[in-house]
Design a binder for this molecule. Sequence first.
Ligand code: FEO
Ligand code: CA
Ligand code: CA
Ligand code: CA
Length: 747
Amino acid sequence: MNKPNDLAISATDLNDIDSNASHDNHFNSILNARLSRRTWLRGSAVTAATAVMGSMGLSACGGGSDAAAVTPTPTPTPEKLLAFTAVPKSLADVVSVPAGYTATALYALGDSLRAATPAYKNDGSDTDFDNRAGDHHDGMEYYGLSAAGAPLASGAERGLLAMNHEATTDEKLSSHFLHVNGGTTSLPRPAAEVDKEVAVHGLSVVEVKKTGSAWATVNDSAFNRRVTPLTDIELAGPVRSNALVVTKYSPTGTKTRGTINNCGTGKSPWGSYLSGEENWAGYFTRSATDNAARGDKSVVSLNRYGRSQGGASRHGWETGGSDDKYARWNLSKIGASTNGSDDYRNELNGMGYIVEMDPYDKTKAIRKRTALGRYAHESAAFSVPAVGQQLAVYMGDDSRNEYIYKFVSTAVWAAADANPADRMATGDKYLDSGKLYVAKLAADGTGQWIELAMSNAQIQAYSAYKFADLADVLVNARLAADAVGATKMDRPEWCSVNPANGEIYYTLTNNSNRTVNPSGSSQLAPDSANPRAYTDMKGSSAQNGNPNGHIIRFKEGTGAAAATSFTWDVYLFGAESGADASKINLSNLTADQDFSSPDGLAFSPYTGICWIQTDDGAYTDVTNCMMLAAIPGKVGDGAKSTLNYATAAGGNLAVDTFIGKKPTADTLKRFLVGPVGSEITGISETPDGKTMFINIQHPGENTSLANIGDPSKYTSQWPANAGYGAGKRPRSATIVITKNDGGRIGS
Ligand code: FEO
Ligand code: CA
Ligand code: CA
Ligand code: CA
């Protein structure tokens, strides 16, 4: 089920996303992006541009260079970005890419990471998932290696893919594709099933290598690695050692057991991997009498993060047995201690962070960066680093009516940190001390970043929850953001920074609870930053609110990354191309451009292209999910517009908004459509821009458990139907995309 995670916490929520690419050769990348754009705009500038790029060792020009040794340098053909022919919308069970491109499955659920683990049979009998690819591949980043296998950011033919394994396709508790007969759909869950389901979550690192023109994973590479919900992870930053994170597993509150529901990603300017923990709350349960047992403010916190007493867990893992690894999924206060050191009443406070890992070094402890706040994280996108200036990390909280955040480091950027001796120590420097802000957007196109700190009078005075200290503010960032009146958004998914100008883009995937006549506390009227409320039909089913989502962007004010004010506009509104252009299709999308529910979004640091991916359930009667390529303008390049809504009381609700310059056929184009039931996520490229890796998540997810024995009834058989792997059960997988003429992706 695509996109049901509209509800703050749904135990059956599957959605996911991915993130940013920044890091290596940042300044070259920016220059390269600018040159590419200029070359594309003005073909006559080719000579100068080529000369500069040649000196940078970058190829923005198609055409042979090998022959140059014996012949005069040929006049290169200027690269034109988005020159490909748009891919039509499609319901086919395949990956479709433009003519001249090739997409191939590379790394799927269950693929072996070491020689001792047998090939995946894909019939539900496989085990040893600690040494196999996890499920629901999501955010992903590429880390270069030299030909000899040493870390080298510019390595374009050998590298590591680090990725999130967000979740698993399930029905009635069971991850049915992982079990021979679909698994057990009632409690208690058998230990063997639970162990398998737990192990497919987390992260993986896999080496990939190009031989000739073909990419393959490297089985048994020393870099290959799994991180699961059972892996030891350090807590870092202000929450470390706080009373809120004391558990039986860590009575001193210094570590957590694993990471879960990892969704969007980020790549730090020092070359580490960042992973956002998203819908973690749904995996835990709490007894029906736990509120009274606690009798303190933790009840407010648990409710705000979606765990009301008596709520069932997504998989029932807490019933797997008496071992502590099962007990930890039960949040109930059952111990006699006063501090929680004998149970898991505080376990939820150890989840919901940005997790940092050194993808190159298994010996370095993974750390949760608590200074960045605790919520349903998606991607983490860095400001363009500037020597002597603070760094910003932009983030969103993906639940309906949640907020947009940024963290600003205390430390200022030092150029030497782009290639540090110790990446995790560099993470300590930039990510453990700083300020967390939340966004408040005004109707006039401006906005403010409001610091979430004990010094804020509204936080001190908040009546619904009494904050004790900064750690309490960070653990309960949603409550702190409530206290300061932050702007409730239409589900912030990924964000990314445009390397050409530093502007920040956020996908707002959809919101079923925007309505002109709100009732109850969860419904909201349209406002300037979330201005649409309408009905879209999917067959005979009415989808209300903002079912197609939009993409908002910010331009920082004085102070750049550390600014406390910004301006904003809406870059694109998702819509069907045939929808009313005055109320719904406000960006005038054509049939080659129309999309719904933007989720993944990342600017290529190499080409400057803004890649947009969807995780949709609204337009899926017409097309599977997709990826588009865009060349955006900038904040303020469009116009102010007013949307008028008739209210139930007979009045008019006028909503002013700011619509970015409408795209043209040269600035927005569909690049890829995925298999049935999948969402498209994870964006990463080799540093020459010539190879792209993306993830196909949960193909065939609507396949019923009752049909597990009949492959003809699977709603998708991808990637088996593309010739990849054994069995016919659909599998989440990484694909690799190359251009047949050797050019850069998106040209
Ligand atoms: Fe995991 Fe909000 O997508
Ligand atoms: Ca999603
Ligand atoms: Ca997502
Ligand atoms: Ca429709």
